[in-house]
Design a protein around this ligand. Structure first.
Ligand code: NOJ
Length: 730
């Protein structure tokens, strides 16, 4: 069986399968089960779990993988124990959460998604893979490919936002970046698409809460990025903590066995999330560890992260005839296959090269790549009166505790990211300004968000004397990430009070927002002339922000997730379904609406301003109708009519006018990032095939249905510049 062999050109899939089979033949049942067991090293990325004597377990052949091992030497030591002191000498797999970089950090995934630039995202994932592998780690628990429409959820920061098409493009890019085209190369790592599936739908945005969605929502929104990752050859997939249709993901044969393994033909392995097999007991679908192990294996999950239920229970379950040994064999095969693809049997120490480690981690060119994607990830939400870019101000007031924090720009899931390496907003501004510009820093508020009177007064004084105030506001890094759901998504603490005080001066204010989720900031929008959304931009944050503030880089980022006016609108997404009483069509008072807030978000998916102006013209379709097995070309001309070079993300949306199930009012179907000099115009062409129009139909299959479609091209989901229609023929 040729398996993922495009990722191991050094050896054919058949040769690897032969090796897997002959090793499997030599293994005892205990040794097989050992391969399915993943221990934790020292750092805890979940609640405490029972400790075991790791060295003894490795020597006994009871361990297939370890995550979170603290340090290169320790990893090397554990590898030596496995290879030289266990009976079969099977190398260990070392796993770690490298989500947006190892030591050189790029923006958090939601930030990277705002670049709408799969090439840049792939490059940055390749940088992360180079550093991770140089540290002796084989496997990253990334990319997260969850989709969410709920800004309350702390893990929105790990997603690519609310759209399955953008999410799928970026999922594939990240897998390619991590795994390269040869997993056996020294600078690539095994990737892991997580969390399978629909974790982003936790009810009320509350972390680890239950999920209750239709099969349509699962298939149309949440599965496409996973499918894209699988098609890109991702080696592993991680179960979600959550349930689908009342069955926890790790025990869901519908999700794991039916969809992932059978329908999609996934040949890698599935790892649980932290202790999530044991949590089947707390979900109340398993009575005890034994039943939990049985349910998880039968559902098709292959490796147990820190839960010990496989290693404790599977041997007996097989011996008692409850579980078929063939299922254990299948899981072992998948794990051994990954180890062969990584070429670990030929040289288990291949990732331990001191010289490579020293020259790779935090290399200058890695920082440059991080700066480039950080610039591209910044979204200019507002720029009244062309406050930005700043041109030769005499005095810039830099306000806010967040402006002076290397810790915060790194965001959550920072792996080995170090605040001391990070460029703060203040440092970035100081470096970018020349000797003629006076930069005055004032704290304004405490990191907790509190703005005591003296700090506020001092900030007002400094601002009053400046030509412009750059005010860093938003979340500290701990406010988003795992276990950081928020029921209020306003500016934290008294940041707004500070901004109100600064507004009393005549000095224009530029708000630099730091956050891992959309915030509800209508007041900011109404009262501050310029707003830059900077997420958590990683190691090079300060330089990237200064590049945009001073016009060294023309902002081109676009929102991957809509910003609500108020938390009460959440979940909110541009690609919502029509109702029987559409707001815009119904008799006043009888349409879908609130009585106290509008339906529209504050900033819609796809929104982002530029220092130049783009015009769209000449939308053209290659045909008015096409057959299921044909494609249609949609082209549009985009022109930069301003006097600054810039990049535009041209967005193509479609609408299926009538379907066997309700179809979204608009769906992103393609996008293209184009760089244009002043007065340059470019024709951008998209190809649409019937697959691009597919959805979970009433016949319970993913397919396109014939009929009329609207096609729209624009700058964001609510700034459509041109539209036309076509017919998909039977
Ligand atoms: C729990 C998180 O949900 C998951 O994303 C992560 O990979 C594991 N812990 C390991 O740290």
């Amino acid at each position: 069986m040729p398996v993922m062999n495009t990722y191991a050109p050094h050896e054919s899939g058949e040769a690897i399968e032969d090796k897997v089979e002959s090793l499997l033949d030599e293994m005892t049942l205990e040794e097989k089960v050992g391969q399915l067991n993943q221990l934790n090293g020292s750092e805890h990325t979940g609640p405490a779990v029972s400790e075991v004597d790791k060295e003894a377990e490795i020597r006994a052949g009871n361990v297939g993988s370890i995550l979170n091992v603290d340090g290169y030497e320790k990893r090397k030591h554990f590898q030596r124990l496995a290879v030289e002191e266990s009976e079969l000498g099977i190398p260990l797999l070392f796993g770690y959460d490298v989500v947006h970089g190892y030591r050189t950090l790029s923006p958090i995934p939601l930030g990277e998604a705002a670049s709408w630039d799969p090439v840049a995202v792939e490059e940055m994932s390749a940088v992360a893979a180079a550093e991770t592998s140089a540290a002796g780690i084989h496997w990253t628990f990334g990319p997260p490919v969850d989709l969410t429409r709920d800004a309350r959820w702390g893990r929105a920061m790990e997603t690519s936002g609310e759209d399955p098409h953008l999410g799928s493009e970026l999922a594939a890019a990240r897998v390619r970046g991590f795994q390269g085209d040869d997993l056996g190369a020294d600078d690539t790592v095994l990737a892991c698409a997580k969390h399978f599936a629909a974790y982003g739908e936790v009810k009320a945005g509350r972390e680890y809460n239950t999920v209750d969605i239709s099969e349509s929502t699962l298939r149309d929104l949440h599965l496409p990025p996973f499918k894209a990752a699988v098609d890109a050859g991702v080696g592993t997939v991680m179960n979600a903590f959550t349930d689908h249709d009342r069955v926890p993901a790790g025990a869901s044969d519908h999700l794991v066995r039916d969809i992932l393994k059978d329908e999609w033909g996934f040949e890698g392995f599935v790892v649980s999330d932290w202790n999530s097999f044991r949590e089947l007991i707390y979900h109340r679908v398993a009575e005890d560890e034994r039943e939990a192990a049985q349910l998880a294996l039968e559902a098709g999950s292959d490796m147990d992260m820190v839960g010990h239920v496989f290693v404790n229970e599977l041997v007996e379950l097989v011996e008692d005839g409850v579980v078929d040994e063939a299922m254990v064999d299948d899981a072992v095969r998948r794990i051994l296959r990954a180890k062969f693809l990584l070429d670990l049997f030929d040289d288990p120490y291949r990732y331990f090269d001191d010289q490579r480690r020293d020259s790779t981690i935090l290399a200058d060119d890695h920082r440059e790549t991080a700066r480039e994607i950080a610039r591209k990830s910044i979204v200019m939400l507002k720029n009244d009166d062309d406050v930005l870019p700043l041109t030769d101000p005499d005095t810039v007031a830099v306000v806010g505790a967040l402006a002076d924090s290397g810790d915060d720009v790194l965001g959550d899931w920072r792996a080995q990211g170090n605040p001391d390496d990070a460029v703060t907003v203040l440092e970035g501004i100081e470096t970018a300004t020349n000797a003629g510009t006076n930069v005055e820093y004032t704290k304004g508020y405490e990191r907790s968000g509190e703005a005591p009177e003296p700090l506020r007064e001092q900030a007002v004084e400094v601002t009053a004397d400046a030509d412009v105030a750059v005010v860093a506001v938003g979340e500290t890094w701990e406010l988003s990430g795992e276990c950081s759901s928020r029921a209020n998504i306003d500016l934290p603490g008294e940041q707004r009070e500070l901004l109100e005080a600064l507004r009393e001066t005549d000095t224009p204010v530029v708000a630099v927002l730091t956050n891992g989720r959309p915030l509800a900031i209508p007041w900011l929008d109404e009262n501050v002339p310029a707003i830059l959304e900077t997420w958590f931009l990683g190691t090079e944050a300060g330089h990237a922000i200064a590049d945009v503030l001073f016009g060294e880089h023309n902002p081109s980022g676009k929102l991957p997730m809509s910003f609500p006016q108020t938390v009460g609108q959440v979940p909110i997404n541009y690609n919502h379904l029509p109702t029987g009483r559409p707001a815009e069509k119904a008799e006043p008072g009888w349409g879908t609406s609130y009585i106290d807030v509008p339906n529209d978000p504050l900033y819609t998916f796809g929104h982002g301003l530029s220092y130049t102006t783009f015009e769209y013209s000449d939308l053209d379709l290659s045909a008015a109708a096409f057959e299921m097995d044909e494609q249609i070309q949609v082209s549009v001309t985009v022109e930069n009519v301003g006097d600054t070079a810039g990049a535009e993300v041209v967005q193509l949306y479609t609408r299926d006018l009538v379907g066997s199930r309700t179809r979204p009012v608009k769906e992103l179907t393609g996008f293209r990032r184009v760089e244009l000099e002043p007065n340059e115009r470019r024709e951008v062409t998209f190809e649409i095939a019937s697959d691009d129009l597919a959805f979970w139909t009433a016949d319970e299959e993913v397919a396109a249905e014939p009929g009329e479609f609207e096609v729209m091209v624009g700058r964001s989901a609510d700034d459509i510049r041109s539209s036309a229609s076509f017919e998909l023929l039977d």
